[in-house]
Each structure stands twice: as C-alpha cells, then as structure tokens.
Design a protein around this ligand. Structure first.
Ligand code: COA
Length: 591
C-alpha cells in the first residue's frame, strides 16, 4: 500500500512551528519520499496561530491533502482549532501534562502523548526556544523520524547562531526522546515514519525560490521590486542567484518605481521582471499601460494574498485575477498565466519570459501566498530541456531607409531596436503613435495601432497551449480550475474517478487571453461545468462567462486558505446528485 502520512505541527508564531515542519520535510526528502508542505502563519512576527504541515508519500502527491495523521500541538489554540480533525486513527503529541496551557479531552480512537515541551525547555534547558526540538525528540522516539537527518538540518540552520545553539537543540532532542522512553515504555504507535528509499536526483524548492530560479533560467538579468509579503522572498532568492550571472537586483522606493525600472531595463534589451502582491499590482496599473502601449516585454509576478488593501498579507487567495486580466486603463491587452505547483514556478516562469519577448508585451504571472512557501522536491531543473526565446533585435536600417519601431505587421509584432543599435530610434512612448513612434491622434492611426496591439494575440491559443484535459467526452461533470486549486482538483478528480464517477477536468495555465476554443470544446463534451476557486466572486467563472459561450457553476472559498480535495470531492458528488443547480458554498476547512 502506498505511504501517505501527514504530520502537522501547530502552535504560536515565534515558537518555531515553521522550523519544525521544515526539518520534518527535509528528513522525508532525504529518505527518498515525495513531499508537499502547507504552511500558514499570521502577519505578526510573534503570536497568533501558525501551522506547518508535511504530507509524505512514496508516490507523487498532487496536494497538501485533507487533514493529518499526527498532530503536534504546541498550545491550546492549536488543539482547539484542530479538535474536529482528531478522528479515530489520528495521533496527538501535546504540550503537557505540566507546563502547557491546556488539557485535552478524551477523543475516541485517538492516541495521545503528553510531552511537557514548555516545561523541559524552560526548566531543564533554560532555553524556551528549544521547546520545538523537545517535541521533535518525542517525534523521533515515537515515530522513527530519522535523528541523524534532524540533527544535520538543525546544524545547517542554527550554526550561524553559534555552536551553543546547535548544542542545546541536540540536548532538547535527547530530552524529548528520554521523556517518551520513560513515560510510555509500552507504547504501540499506529503510525511510523517511512523507511528510507533510494534518493532521486531531486532539488527541494519552495514556490518563490523556484520562481526566482525559473526567471534566471529564462535569462532574466534585471529584477526591480519593492518588498511586500508574500513576494519579497523572490527578490531575496534572486539576490543569491543574480551575482552568478552578472544580473542586477534593485530595490525601488515603491511598486510604481519598481515597474518603471523594469520597463526601462527591458527597453535597453535586458530580460526583466518585478514581483509584487495585490496592493503593488494596484499601484502598477498605470505602468502596465505604459508597457502595453510602448510594447516593452516585461514579466510581472503577482503573489496573491487576501485583499483588498492590506487585507490578510500572509493568507492564501485567488482574488487578483480581475485586476491582472482587466486592470490598467484603455483597451489594454496582455497575457496572464497562473502557476499550480512548484514545478510550474520554474517552467511557467520561463514561458512567461518567452511570451513577453515573442509578443512584446507584459506577462502577468500569478502565484499565491500558499504556493510561495510551499516546499516540494522536484527533478533537478535541466537547462538543456528549456527553449528560450531571445529578443529579435532589428538590424540597423540601410542607408536612406527609416526604422519604424511600431511598423504595422500582419502578426502585430514590430521590429524592436535598442540603445546602441545604430539607426533604430529608441522611442518607448506612452502616447498613441505612428509607425515611426511620433505622437499621432488621427482616426486612421488610432484604429490601426489599437488593432495591431490586439492582433498580436490572434491565434495565441493555438501557438501556446499549456492546458491539460483529464477524463472522457460525455462525462457527467467537468471541473475547470486554475492556479494552486488545480493541484487540489487533481487529487479530488483522481478519487472521484477511482470511485467510478464520470468526472473530467480542464487545467489551463494561460488564463488571459482566455483559451476560448478549448473551454468551449471542454464544456460541450461534459454535462455541466463547475469552476472552484479561492475568491468570493468566482472571477475565472465570470471571465469564462464573459468571453465564451459557457456559463459555469461557481464554487468559492474566500477564507484565506486553499480549498482542500475533500471539499471539491464533496461538491462534485453533490452536483452529480443534483439534476441542475448551483454548487453548495465551500465549507470551512480546518487548518
Ligand atoms: N533554536 C533556535 N532558534 C530557533 C529554534 C530553535 N529550536 N526554533 C526556531 N528558531 C528561530 C528560527 O530560526 C527563526 O529565527 P530567524 O527569524 O532568525 O530565522 C525564529 O526562531 C522563528 O522560528 P520559525 O520556525 O522560523 O517560525 P515560527 O513558526 O516561530 O513562526 C513566523 C514565525 C514565521 C510566523 C513569523 O516570524 C513571521 O515571519 N510572520 C510573518 C511576518 C510577515 O510576513 N508579515 C506580513 C507583513 S505585511
């Protein structure tokens, strides 16, 4: 039987919840396992409910899953929030029987192990911060988490804080182990950490790290951004990478300036990117218009978080789709892509740069707060399998000929010069312009230039088709999902199909221009279509309604957490039972 074990560590931000989950993830990866993590924490540096969940399997796993098998509860809040998920067969390791702030009830069929993590850390170690490693020691003794791997991760992470920090953490592990040995000598645990398998050639990356890597692989050599959660770490990772390739990372004074520097850098011929989150996208709207009008290729990453305004900076959301597809001003064509997993963060980012160059346009690349910190081992990215689109620079015009930067062409794409190429005029104008880039407002020019800007994307659906279909024609239900919800949908669809239900799915990665033909063909091939997404309005469902002949059913969650497979499974079962009608509202998942 396939291994499928989920360990969840939950407690207060500042107690080392995230580090604990990272160490478990590293141990599992070193043991040759597939891993998907899910982390969530408040916007405060200290305090509030934080969780780190690690799902481990010997098979490829699409998503974080539904719940947990083992809960390590650092405090009463972690227990209260997760109480409904303590179902028979689950195990809880908790901070007690003394020193903690709660006393759990009895739960039928749930194994409970009390480990006085706070008390041991405070009174024996005199280092409260090592509470998490007392807990990890208990996890080592109870479930066989490999101690050597844990110690090596501790060493790598904490050595910069001093050898004494490494030492007291090692001691904390030993005290956690000893507590279990002494207090539960006859224990029989129903879960265990999987045996090590042969390691594959994998690299462990988190979403934003993968995005940064994808950018460098795509040839990005200028990154200009203003820090904003959850996008900041893209820049941090790029600081580590860019100096290897002679690239530049620039911290601008705000998002408007950030995109202005990116447009400027790209204008000089350098592949360029910025990343931000919702509030930054709002500030960039005018500059997005400038990139469109001046036809300068740029990649704009939007790591979505709960909005509007400051909203919920560390929480999952898919609410920026309208802003990215329709924002800015005037008739403003652009491309919008959305990543679904860590692998996409590498390869779809490369696609984003290729499309930006090919169509001389801004490409909006949507990710989200959960995926930005989701960790997954993926096959080592291989440059030899990647095809890059280089900018096609115009040749210097022959003697007596005039260079037309905005020449009307059948494809809508015009020859592009760059400073340093003699005879190519260096205009990048936000004004409506003639072919030679001089300002012009006459009707003929306006019509021709507007049509040229839109004509670029005629046929893009045939030229670039990152879309996957699962299922068969005639199925009873078709699910269209985007972004991270695709990973969750994949798992739900696999379960539904394994139960014999006729369910299809469509997974588009390019959301705008909308893949109209493929969505319409998909909808025609199934009896009804539903779009699950993590926003209130059902933004992709609305865009589908606006630009195709399909009217999908909506299924929305907007609570600041990703949908989970069980919800999509239940929603699909409901719809399969109903002759017609709206999907039920997403229920509250518990994290
Ligand atoms: N021994 C020594 N140090 C330890 C430790 C141990 N056993 N366990 C954890 N730590 C350290 C970690 O190294 C980390 O220190 P660092 O910041 O110097 O790297 C710190 O304690 C916090 O631990 P960590 O496990 O990383 O996180 P946590 O689970 O305690 O949660 C966060 C803290 C992540 C919630 C919080 O710090 C945070 O970043 N909040 C979000 C802030 C934000 O983005 N706000 C939005 C603004 S708009």
């Amino acid at each position: 039987m396939a291994i499928d074990l989920t360990i969840k560590v939950a407690g207060e931000g500042g107690e080392g919840v995230i580090s604990s989950g990272d160490f478990i993830m590293q141990a599992a990866t070193r043991a040759g396992m597939e891993v998907v993590t899910f982390k969530s924490f408040p916007a405060e540096i200290k305090g509030g409910y934080a969780l780190s969940q690690v799902r481990i399997s010997d098979q490829k796993i699409p998503s974080q899953g539904d719940g947990f098998d083992i809960l390590v509860a650092f405090n009463g809040e972690a227990y209260e929030v997760n109480k409904p998920l303590l179902t028979p067969g689950t195990i809880m390791v908790w901070d007690g029987p003394k020193g903690g702030d709660f006393e759990p009830e009895e739960h039928d069929g749930v194994q409970m192990f009390a480990v006085p993590m706070s008390d041991i850390a405070k009174n024996q170690l005199k280092n409260y911060i090592a509470k998490n490693m007392v807990a990890m020691g208990a996890v080592v003794e109870l479930f066989g988490l490999p101690e050597e791997s844990l110690k090596s991760s501790i060493h790598d992470k904490f050595i910069k804080k001093g050898q004494e920090v490494v030492d007291f953490n090692y001691q904390a592990i030993e005290l956690g182990r000893a507590w279990i040995r002494e207090n539960y000598p006859d224990r029989k645990v129903t879960q265990s950490f999987p045996e090590s398998k042969e390691q594959k050639d994998l690299v462990i990356l988190e979403g934003n790290q993968a995005l940064a890597l994808g950018a460098v692989m795509a040839g990005c050599r200028f990154y200009g951004a203003y820090p904003i959660t959850p996008a900041t770490s893209v820049g941090n990772h790029l600081v580590d990478l860019m100096h290897h390739v002679n690239g530049t990372v620039y911290q601008a004074e705000d998002e408007i300036s950030a995109l202005a520097t990116v447009i400027g850098a790209s204008f000089t011929g350098v592949k360029s990117m910025t990343c931000t989150a919702g509030p930054g996208i709002s500030l960039m709207q005018e500059l997005i218009g400038l990139a469109i009008m001046s036809e300068v290729p740029v990649v704009i990453g939007d790591i979505q978080r709960g909005g509007p305004s400051t909203g919920m900076p560390t929480k999952h959301d898919q609410g920026d789709l309208f802003a990215c597809c329709l924002g800015s001003h005037g008739d403003a064509p652009r491309i919008v892509l959305a990543v679904a997993d860590v692998s996409d963060c590498v390869y779809l980012t490369i696609d984003a740069f290729n499309l930006a160059e090919k169509y001389q346009t801004p490409v909006m690349l949507l990710s989200d707060a959960s995926l930005s910190i989701q960790t997954e081992p993926i096959p080592r990215p291989d440059m030899s399998k990647v095809k890059l689109v280089a900018r096609e620079f115009a040749e210097p015009p022959a003697e007596g000929e005039h260079f037309n930067r905005y020449q009307i062409t059948a494809s809508g794409v015009s020859p592009m010069g760059a400073p340093g190429i003699p005879g190519t005029n260096y205009a990048a104008t936000g004004l409506e312009h003639a072919e030679d880039s001089g300002p012009r407002t006459n009707i003929e020019t306006r019509n021709a230039m507007t049509e040229k800007r839109w004509r670029k994307f005629d046929g893009i659906e045939d030229a670039f088709t990152p879309i996957e279909r699962e299922g068969e024609d005639g199925d009873d239900l078709g699910i269209i999902s985007w972004g991270m919800t695709q990973s969750v949908t994949r798992e739900a669809v696999a379960r539904l199909r394994a139960q014999g239900h006729k369910v299809s799915a469509l997974y588009p990665k390019m959301l705008w221009p909308i893949p109209q033909k493929q969505i319409e063909a998909f909808a025609k091939s199934v009896k009804k279509v539903v779009v699950p997404e993590a926003n209130f309005q059902g933004q992709f469902a609305d865009l589908i309604k606006m630009r195709t002949n399909v009217v999908p059913i909506k299924f929305n969650a907007y609570r600041g957490e990703p949908l989970i497979p069980k919800e999509i499974e239940n929603m699909a079962l409901n719809l399969l039972q109903q002759a017609a009608g709206a999907a039920p509202k997403a229920r509250l998942a518990i994290h």
